[in-house]
Design a protein around this ligand. Sequence first.
Ligand code: G4F
Length: 349
Amino acid sequence: MKKALITGVNGQDGSYLTEFLLNKGYEVHGIVRRTSSFSRERIDPLQGVNAKNPGKLELHYGDMGDEKNLRKLVEKVRPDEVYNLASQSHVGISFEMPEYSTNVNALGTLRLLEAIHDYAPAARFFQASSSELFGEAEESPQTEQTPFKPNSPYAVAKLYAYWMVVNYRQTYDLHACNGILFNHESPRRGENFVTRKITQTVARISEGLEESLFIGNMGAKRDWGYAPDYVRAMWMMLQQDEAEDFVVATGELHSVRELIEKSFTHIGIQLEWNGVATDEKGIDSKTGKVMVQVNPKYYRPIDIDSVLGDASKIREKLGWEPEVKFDRLVDIMMKADLAVARKHGRDAV
Ligand code: G4F
Protein backbone atom coordinates (compact mmCIF):
# COMPACT_ATOMS: atom_id res chain seq x y z
CA MET A 1 0.00 0.00 0.00
CA LYS A 2 1.45 3.39 -1.02
CA LYS A 3 1.75 5.95 1.75
CA ALA A 4 0.92 9.63 1.25
CA LEU A 5 1.46 12.42 3.75
CA ILE A 6 -0.78 15.49 3.32
CA THR A 7 -0.37 18.80 5.09
CA GLY A 8 -3.54 20.91 5.18
CA VAL A 9 -5.59 17.73 4.98
CA ASN A 10 -8.68 19.41 6.42
CA GLY A 11 -8.76 22.13 3.77
CA GLN A 12 -10.71 22.13 0.53
CA ASP A 13 -7.90 20.55 -1.51
CA GLY A 14 -6.73 18.28 1.29
CA SER A 15 -10.14 16.71 1.68
CA TYR A 16 -10.64 16.13 -2.06
CA LEU A 17 -7.11 14.75 -2.41
CA THR A 18 -7.69 12.41 0.54
CA GLU A 19 -10.83 11.03 -1.10
CA PHE A 20 -9.00 10.65 -4.40
CA LEU A 21 -6.05 8.77 -2.84
CA LEU A 22 -8.25 6.57 -0.62
CA ASN A 23 -10.10 5.48 -3.73
CA LYS A 24 -6.76 4.52 -5.24
CA GLY A 25 -5.98 2.39 -2.18
CA TYR A 26 -3.43 4.69 -0.51
CA GLU A 27 -2.66 4.77 3.19
CA VAL A 28 -3.17 8.50 3.77
CA HIS A 29 -1.54 10.29 6.69
CA GLY A 30 -3.01 13.73 7.24
CA ILE A 31 -1.56 16.48 9.38
CA VAL A 32 -4.03 18.57 11.36
CA ARG A 33 -3.35 21.47 13.69
CA ARG A 34 -4.08 21.14 17.37
CA THR A 35 -6.81 23.68 18.03
CA SER A 36 -9.41 24.11 20.75
CA SER A 37 -12.23 23.05 18.44
CA PHE A 38 -12.59 19.76 16.62
CA SER A 39 -13.90 21.21 13.42
CA ARG A 40 -12.88 18.62 10.84
CA GLU A 41 -16.14 18.32 9.00
CA ARG A 42 -14.44 17.89 5.61
CA ILE A 43 -12.45 14.79 6.57
CA ASP A 44 -14.20 13.23 9.54
CA PRO A 45 -16.34 10.98 7.34
CA LEU A 46 -13.18 9.59 5.71
CA GLN A 47 -11.32 8.51 8.83
CA GLY A 48 -10.22 4.94 9.58
CA VAL A 49 -10.90 2.10 7.20
CA ASN A 50 -13.92 3.18 5.22
CA ALA A 51 -16.14 0.58 3.60
CA LYS A 52 -16.59 2.82 0.58
CA ASN A 53 -12.94 2.79 -0.50
CA PRO A 54 -9.92 0.51 -0.32
CA GLY A 55 -7.51 2.93 1.43
CA LYS A 56 -7.25 4.19 4.98
CA LEU A 57 -6.80 7.56 6.63
CA GLU A 58 -4.85 8.33 9.77
CA LEU A 59 -4.61 11.82 11.27
CA HIS A 60 -1.61 13.25 13.13
CA TYR A 61 -1.24 16.48 15.03
CA GLY A 62 1.31 18.82 13.51
CA ASP A 63 2.00 22.37 12.50
CA MET A 64 3.99 23.97 9.70
CA GLY A 65 5.50 26.25 12.34
CA ASP A 66 6.90 23.35 14.40
CA GLU A 67 10.01 21.90 12.81
CA LYS A 68 10.66 19.15 15.36
CA ASN A 69 7.17 17.79 15.08
CA LEU A 70 7.27 17.78 11.25
CA ARG A 71 10.58 15.91 11.30
CA LYS A 72 9.18 13.29 13.72
CA LEU A 73 6.15 12.76 11.51
CA VAL A 74 8.16 12.30 8.32
CA GLU A 75 10.50 9.92 10.15
CA LYS A 76 7.58 7.93 11.55
CA VAL A 77 5.43 7.73 8.41
CA ARG A 78 8.25 7.45 5.79
CA PRO A 79 5.84 8.45 3.03
CA ASP A 80 6.14 7.62 -0.66
CA GLU A 81 4.41 10.87 -1.61
CA VAL A 82 4.10 14.18 0.24
CA TYR A 83 1.54 16.84 -0.70
CA ASN A 84 2.18 20.24 0.88
CA LEU A 85 -1.25 21.88 0.88
CA ALA A 86 -1.04 23.66 4.24
CA SER A 87 -1.06 27.40 3.86
CA GLN A 88 -2.30 30.71 5.15
CA SER A 89 -4.11 30.81 1.84
CA HIS A 90 -6.04 34.09 2.00
CA VAL A 91 -4.24 36.82 0.05
CA GLY A 92 -6.19 39.65 1.74
CA ILE A 93 -5.38 38.34 5.23
CA SER A 94 -1.67 38.11 4.37
CA PHE A 95 -1.52 41.94 4.33
CA GLU A 96 -2.69 41.90 7.95
CA MET A 97 -0.54 38.93 8.98
CA PRO A 98 2.58 39.06 6.80
CA GLU A 99 4.90 37.40 9.31
CA TYR A 100 2.55 34.51 10.09
CA SER A 101 1.91 34.03 6.35
CA THR A 102 5.65 33.88 5.71
CA ASN A 103 6.26 31.46 8.55
CA VAL A 104 3.64 28.99 7.32
CA ASN A 105 3.90 29.41 3.55
CA ALA A 106 7.64 29.96 3.12
CA LEU A 107 9.49 28.57 6.14
CA GLY A 108 6.93 25.79 6.64
CA THR A 109 7.77 24.48 3.18
CA LEU A 110 11.49 24.66 3.95
CA ARG A 111 10.98 22.72 7.21
CA LEU A 112 9.13 20.00 5.33
CA LEU A 113 11.73 19.80 2.55
CA GLU A 114 14.48 19.46 5.16
CA ALA A 115 12.61 16.67 6.94
CA ILE A 116 12.11 14.82 3.65
CA HIS A 117 15.74 15.31 2.67
CA ASP A 118 16.82 13.77 6.01
CA TYR A 119 14.25 11.00 6.54
CA ALA A 120 12.50 10.17 3.26
CA PRO A 121 14.76 11.26 0.39
CA ALA A 122 13.05 8.90 -2.05
CA ALA A 123 9.63 10.46 -1.39
CA ARG A 124 7.95 12.45 -4.16
CA PHE A 125 6.99 15.97 -3.10
CA PHE A 126 4.17 18.18 -4.41
CA GLN A 127 4.09 21.88 -3.56
CA ALA A 128 0.81 23.78 -3.92
CA SER A 129 2.21 26.84 -5.61
CA SER A 130 0.05 29.64 -6.94
CA SER A 131 -0.84 31.87 -9.86
CA GLU A 132 -0.37 34.71 -7.36
CA LEU A 133 3.37 34.41 -8.13
CA PHE A 134 2.72 36.20 -11.44
CA GLY A 135 1.22 39.28 -9.79
CA GLU A 136 0.15 41.82 -12.41
CA ALA A 137 1.69 39.63 -15.09
CA GLU A 138 3.81 40.78 -17.98
CA GLU A 139 1.91 38.59 -20.43
CA SER A 140 -1.42 36.84 -20.73
CA PRO A 141 -2.10 33.97 -20.54
CA GLN A 142 0.61 32.93 -18.09
CA THR A 143 2.77 29.86 -18.66
CA GLU A 144 5.61 28.18 -16.77
CA GLN A 145 7.93 30.71 -18.48
CA THR A 146 6.10 33.90 -17.46
CA PRO A 147 8.24 36.03 -15.10
CA PHE A 148 7.11 36.17 -11.47
CA LYS A 149 6.15 39.56 -9.98
CA PRO A 150 4.48 38.76 -6.64
CA ASN A 151 2.60 41.67 -5.07
CA SER A 152 1.32 40.44 -1.70
CA PRO A 153 2.97 38.97 1.41
CA TYR A 154 1.18 35.73 0.52
CA ALA A 155 2.68 35.64 -2.96
CA VAL A 156 6.18 36.62 -1.83
CA ALA A 157 6.13 33.76 0.70
CA LYS A 158 4.87 31.34 -1.95
CA LEU A 159 7.64 32.49 -4.27
CA TYR A 160 10.25 31.59 -1.64
CA ALA A 161 8.66 28.15 -1.33
CA TYR A 162 8.58 27.75 -5.13
CA TRP A 163 12.30 28.37 -5.45
CA MET A 164 13.14 26.18 -2.46
CA VAL A 165 11.37 23.31 -4.18
CA VAL A 166 13.39 23.93 -7.35
CA ASN A 167 16.55 24.25 -5.26
CA TYR A 168 16.05 20.94 -3.40
CA ARG A 169 15.31 19.24 -6.71
CA GLN A 170 18.50 20.57 -8.27
CA THR A 171 20.79 20.27 -5.26
CA TYR A 172 19.66 17.01 -3.65
CA ASP A 173 17.90 15.37 -6.58
CA LEU A 174 14.61 15.25 -4.63
CA HIS A 175 11.58 14.39 -6.74
CA ALA A 176 9.97 17.74 -5.89
CA CYS A 177 7.63 19.76 -8.07
CA ASN A 178 5.45 22.87 -8.02
CA GLY A 179 1.89 22.93 -9.29
CA ILE A 180 1.29 26.57 -10.21
CA LEU A 181 -2.38 26.38 -9.34
CA PHE A 182 -4.82 28.99 -10.58
CA ASN A 183 -7.94 29.67 -8.49
CA HIS A 184 -9.88 26.50 -7.84
CA GLU A 185 -13.17 26.35 -6.03
CA SER A 186 -15.94 24.03 -4.86
CA PRO A 187 -18.76 23.80 -2.32
CA ARG A 188 -15.99 23.07 0.21
CA ARG A 189 -14.23 26.39 -0.43
CA GLY A 190 -13.71 28.57 2.64
CA GLU A 191 -16.49 31.11 3.06
CA ASN A 192 -14.17 34.14 2.88
CA PHE A 193 -13.02 33.47 -0.69
CA VAL A 194 -14.98 35.39 -3.27
CA THR A 195 -16.66 32.51 -5.13
CA ARG A 196 -18.03 30.80 -2.04
CA LYS A 197 -18.92 34.09 -0.39
CA ILE A 198 -21.04 34.96 -3.44
CA THR A 199 -22.76 31.60 -3.94
CA GLN A 200 -23.45 31.22 -0.23
CA THR A 201 -24.87 34.74 0.16
CA VAL A 202 -26.99 34.54 -3.00
CA ALA A 203 -28.40 31.20 -1.84
CA ARG A 204 -29.22 32.72 1.54
CA ILE A 205 -30.88 35.71 -0.15
CA SER A 206 -33.02 33.27 -2.11
CA GLU A 207 -34.21 31.69 1.14
CA GLY A 208 -34.88 35.07 2.78
CA LEU A 209 -31.97 34.62 5.22
CA GLU A 210 -30.07 37.69 3.97
CA GLU A 211 -30.99 40.92 2.20
CA SER A 212 -28.02 41.73 0.00
CA LEU A 213 -24.42 40.95 -0.90
CA PHE A 214 -21.57 43.25 0.17
CA ILE A 215 -18.53 42.91 -2.03
CA GLY A 216 -15.09 44.39 -2.86
CA ASN A 217 -13.38 44.71 -6.25
CA MET A 218 -15.92 43.44 -8.80
CA GLY A 219 -13.65 44.21 -11.75
CA ALA A 220 -11.09 41.54 -10.72
CA LYS A 221 -10.86 38.69 -13.22
CA ARG A 222 -9.77 35.17 -12.41
CA ASP A 223 -9.30 31.78 -14.05
CA TRP A 224 -11.59 29.71 -11.81
CA GLY A 225 -11.47 25.90 -11.95
CA TYR A 226 -12.94 23.06 -9.91
CA ALA A 227 -10.88 21.78 -6.96
CA PRO A 228 -11.36 18.02 -7.63
CA ASP A 229 -9.83 18.53 -11.10
CA TYR A 230 -6.82 20.21 -9.50
CA VAL A 231 -6.11 17.47 -6.95
CA ARG A 232 -6.13 14.97 -9.83
CA ALA A 233 -3.45 17.13 -11.48
CA MET A 234 -1.38 17.05 -8.26
CA TRP A 235 -1.40 13.27 -8.21
CA MET A 236 -0.60 13.02 -11.94
CA MET A 237 2.44 15.25 -11.42
CA LEU A 238 3.84 12.84 -8.83
CA GLN A 239 3.39 9.80 -11.09
CA GLN A 240 5.94 11.20 -13.56
CA ASP A 241 9.45 9.75 -13.51
CA GLU A 242 10.93 13.21 -13.74
CA ALA A 243 9.80 16.03 -11.43
CA GLU A 244 8.73 19.20 -13.26
CA ASP A 245 6.65 22.29 -12.54
CA PHE A 246 3.28 22.77 -14.24
CA VAL A 247 0.65 25.48 -14.60
CA VAL A 248 -2.81 24.11 -13.72
CA ALA A 249 -5.64 26.27 -15.07
CA THR A 250 -8.81 26.24 -17.19
CA GLY A 251 -7.79 28.93 -19.69
CA GLU A 252 -11.06 30.86 -19.13
CA LEU A 253 -11.19 34.36 -17.67
CA HIS A 254 -14.25 35.72 -15.84
CA SER A 255 -14.85 38.72 -13.60
CA VAL A 256 -16.22 38.82 -10.07
CA ARG A 257 -19.14 40.79 -11.55
CA GLU A 258 -19.94 37.93 -13.97
CA LEU A 259 -19.82 35.49 -11.10
CA ILE A 260 -22.32 37.61 -9.18
CA GLU A 261 -24.64 37.94 -12.20
CA LYS A 262 -24.55 34.21 -12.92
CA SER A 263 -25.25 33.30 -9.30
CA PHE A 264 -28.26 35.64 -9.18
CA THR A 265 -29.54 34.26 -12.49
CA HIS A 266 -29.54 30.88 -10.80
CA ILE A 267 -32.22 32.12 -8.37
CA GLY A 268 -34.19 33.88 -11.12
CA ILE A 269 -32.93 37.43 -10.56
CA GLN A 270 -31.54 39.54 -13.41
CA LEU A 271 -29.27 42.32 -12.18
CA GLU A 272 -28.89 45.82 -13.55
CA TRP A 273 -25.87 47.88 -12.54
CA ASN A 274 -26.14 51.51 -11.41
CA GLY A 275 -23.47 53.94 -10.20
CA VAL A 276 -19.69 53.74 -10.29
CA ALA A 277 -16.84 52.60 -8.02
CA THR A 278 -17.90 52.36 -4.35
CA ASP A 279 -21.38 53.70 -5.25
CA GLU A 280 -22.06 50.94 -7.74
CA LYS A 281 -25.11 48.81 -6.96
CA GLY A 282 -26.63 45.68 -8.42
CA ILE A 283 -30.39 46.08 -8.70
CA ASP A 284 -33.09 43.45 -9.22
CA SER A 285 -34.44 44.45 -12.65
CA LYS A 286 -38.00 43.37 -11.71
CA THR A 287 -38.40 44.79 -8.21
CA GLY A 288 -35.81 47.61 -8.15
CA LYS A 289 -34.45 46.22 -4.87
CA VAL A 290 -30.72 46.67 -4.17
CA MET A 291 -29.14 43.22 -4.13
CA VAL A 292 -25.40 44.02 -4.37
CA GLN A 293 -23.43 46.82 -2.73
CA VAL A 294 -19.74 47.65 -2.54
CA ASN A 295 -18.03 47.73 0.83
CA PRO A 296 -14.51 49.18 0.56
CA LYS A 297 -13.41 47.10 3.53
CA TYR A 298 -13.13 44.19 1.10
CA TYR A 299 -10.67 46.09 -1.12
CA ARG A 300 -7.04 45.04 -0.79
CA PRO A 301 -4.10 47.46 -0.40
CA ILE A 302 -3.02 46.15 -3.81
CA ASP A 303 -4.93 43.68 -5.97
CA ILE A 304 -4.34 41.73 -9.17
CA ASP A 305 -6.73 42.75 -11.94
CA SER A 306 -6.46 39.66 -14.05
CA VAL A 307 -4.86 36.20 -14.01
CA LEU A 308 -5.33 33.69 -16.80
CA GLY A 309 -3.46 30.41 -17.16
CA ASP A 310 -2.21 28.47 -20.16
CA ALA A 311 -2.20 24.80 -19.16
CA SER A 312 -0.79 23.50 -22.48
CA LYS A 313 2.22 21.86 -20.85
CA ILE A 314 0.26 19.68 -18.42
CA ARG A 315 -2.29 18.87 -21.12
CA GLU A 316 0.37 17.79 -23.60
CA LYS A 317 2.75 16.02 -21.21
CA LEU A 318 0.36 14.43 -18.71
CA GLY A 319 -2.96 14.45 -20.56
CA TRP A 320 -4.65 16.51 -17.83
CA GLU A 321 -7.81 18.43 -18.77
CA PRO A 322 -10.24 20.27 -16.49
CA GLU A 323 -13.61 18.50 -16.53
CA VAL A 324 -15.47 21.46 -15.02
CA LYS A 325 -15.26 25.06 -16.20
CA PHE A 326 -16.86 28.32 -15.03
CA ASP A 327 -20.54 27.80 -15.92
CA ARG A 328 -20.75 24.33 -14.43
CA LEU A 329 -18.68 25.38 -11.44
CA VAL A 330 -21.14 28.11 -10.54
CA ASP A 331 -24.04 25.67 -11.00
CA ILE A 332 -22.39 23.10 -8.73
CA MET A 333 -21.67 25.68 -6.03
CA MET A 334 -25.09 27.33 -6.23
CA LYS A 335 -26.90 23.98 -5.99
CA ALA A 336 -24.85 22.97 -2.95
CA ASP A 337 -25.31 26.32 -1.20
CA LEU A 338 -29.03 26.40 -1.98
CA ALA A 339 -29.42 22.98 -0.36
CA VAL A 340 -27.67 24.26 2.79
CA ALA A 341 -29.65 27.52 2.84
CA ARG A 342 -32.96 25.65 2.44
CA LYS A 343 -32.06 23.45 5.38
CA HIS A 344 -31.19 26.53 7.49
CA GLY A 345 -34.42 28.15 6.37
CA ARG A 346 -36.44 25.09 7.45
CA ASP A 347 -34.57 24.81 10.76
CA ALA A 348 -35.30 28.46 11.50
CA VAL A 349 -39.07 27.94 11.17
O1 G4F B 1 -11.31 34.57 -3.85
P1 G4F B 1 -10.13 35.42 -3.60
O2 G4F B 1 -9.88 35.78 -2.17
O3 G4F B 1 -8.90 34.65 -4.26
P2 G4F B 1 -7.43 35.12 -4.69
O4 G4F B 1 -6.98 36.33 -3.98
O5 G4F B 1 -7.41 35.19 -6.20
O6 G4F B 1 -6.53 33.90 -4.18
C1 G4F B 1 -6.95 32.55 -4.25
O7 G4F B 1 -6.44 31.94 -5.43
C2 G4F B 1 -5.01 31.90 -5.53
C3 G4F B 1 -4.64 31.19 -6.83
O8 G4F B 1 -4.99 29.85 -6.79
C4 G4F B 1 -4.42 31.17 -4.33
F1 G4F B 1 -3.07 31.20 -4.40
C5 G4F B 1 -4.87 31.81 -3.04
O9 G4F B 1 -4.42 31.03 -1.93
C6 G4F B 1 -6.40 31.85 -3.01
O10 G4F B 1 -6.88 30.53 -2.98
O11 G4F B 1 -10.23 36.78 -4.42
C7 G4F B 1 -10.41 36.81 -5.81
C8 G4F B 1 -10.65 38.25 -6.27
C9 G4F B 1 -9.64 39.27 -5.70
O12 G4F B 1 -9.26 40.15 -6.72
C10 G4F B 1 -10.41 40.02 -4.63
O13 G4F B 1 -9.98 41.37 -4.44
O14 G4F B 1 -11.92 38.67 -5.77
C11 G4F B 1 -11.80 39.99 -5.26
N1 G4F B 1 -12.87 40.23 -4.28
C12 G4F B 1 -13.86 41.14 -4.42
N2 G4F B 1 -14.65 41.14 -3.34
C13 G4F B 1 -13.02 39.62 -3.09
C14 G4F B 1 -14.15 40.20 -2.50
N3 G4F B 1 -12.32 38.62 -2.50
C15 G4F B 1 -12.75 38.18 -1.28
N4 G4F B 1 -12.08 37.17 -0.68
N5 G4F B 1 -13.86 38.74 -0.65
C16 G4F B 1 -14.60 39.76 -1.23
O15 G4F B 1 -15.57 40.24 -0.66
